[in-house]
Ligand binder design. Structure first.
Ligand code: IPD
Ligand code: CA
Ligand code: CA
Length: 270
């Protein structure tokens, strides 16, 4: 077995265990929901319990590896070439409202490059997995991106970061512009599922600003291994630190990129 296959299998073990924790707490949070950095940026006991389970599995198998986990921050030796990016509950707002769109996301960067990704949606029991050169799967069956080649026939998905009330760079203009140009733009509330859905062809493209590594590392490798494309908005190389991502089936990529860099201001709307 290759190292990547081993990493994939251990990440799967962690994601499934974490998903069971999320299922256990679902609908039972009562007062165990608090705000983090900003209004609306929630954290629950389920986020923390899920993260503990993931950390236990990864540390047991890979004690030398670096970790970046949403609720715990940087852990372990940060100089290691292997860095796990963990979102124990992507879609916390949905989860807190019992809206069934959330997932566990576990990605592995090797020398800064996303190479392994596992996204698990416990409500729908959907397990998305990918690793460099090993393809992308949903519940162990191969998946690929959609064939849609025209923006006017596409279905897109996006999201709005928690700083949206504090900046005019809040994705509202992009959302309106692309809603006019396509068959629709969804806002699922889980960046990990957005990327998984690009990978399996349910949506044709996804973009977002203000995202963190734990939101997207797993999803990036899923989209790439499913035959899609991931870049910055302008089509140049994707840089995690920028917080901006454009991920598509490849066929609509250039057109969507052009629209994202030429978005008319909201004030131009009638
Ligand atoms: C959020 C979700 C949401 C995205 C936000 C993320 P969280 O993650 O992925 O879809 O729009 O930018 O922060 O807080 O639920 O883990
Ligand atoms: Ca997240
Ligand atoms: Ca989260």
């Amino acid at each position: 077995m290759t190292n990547l296959q081993i990493f994939l299998d251990i990440a799967t073990e962690a994601a499934l265990a974490a998903g069971a924790v999320l299922q256990d707490y679902l609908g039972k949070l009562e007062d165990a929901i608090t705000e983090k950095s900003r209004p609306g940026d929630l954290v629950t006991v389920a986020d923390k319990a899920s993260e503990e389970v993931i950390l236990e599995v990864l540390r047991r198998h890979f004690p030398q590896h670096s970790i970046l986990a949403e609720e715990s921050g940087k852990l372990g030796n940060q100089d290691n070439e292997y860095l796990w990016a963990i979102d124990p509950l992507d879609g916390t707002t949905n989860y807190a409202h019992q809206y069934p769109a959330f997932a566990v996301s576990i990605g592995l960067l090797i020398d800064g490059v996303p190479q392994v990704g596992v996204i698990y949606d416990p409500v729908h029991n959907e397990l998305f997995r990918a690793a460099t050169g090993l393809g992308a799967t949903r519940n162990r069956r191969s998946i690929k991106v959609s064939e849609t080649s025209e923006l006017s026939k596409s279905l897109l998905v996006t999201g709005f970061a928690y700083d949206r009330r504090e900046t005019s760079d809040n994705n509202y203009a992009e959302f309106c512009h692309l809603t006019h140009l396509t068959q629709g733009v969804r806002r699922s509330g889980s960046a990990a599922l957005d990327l998984a859905y690009v990978a399996c062809g349910r949506v044709d493209g996804y973009w977002e600003r203000g995202i963190s590594p734990w939101d997207v590392v797993a999803g990036v490798i899923l989209v790439q291994e499913a035959g899609g494309k991931v870049t910055a908005y302008d089509g140049t190389a994707f840089k995690i630190a920028s917080g901006r991502i454009l991920a598509t089936n490849g066929k609509i990529h250039d057109n969507l990129s052009c629209e994202l860099v030429e978005v008319p201001p909201l004030s131009s709307w009638k």
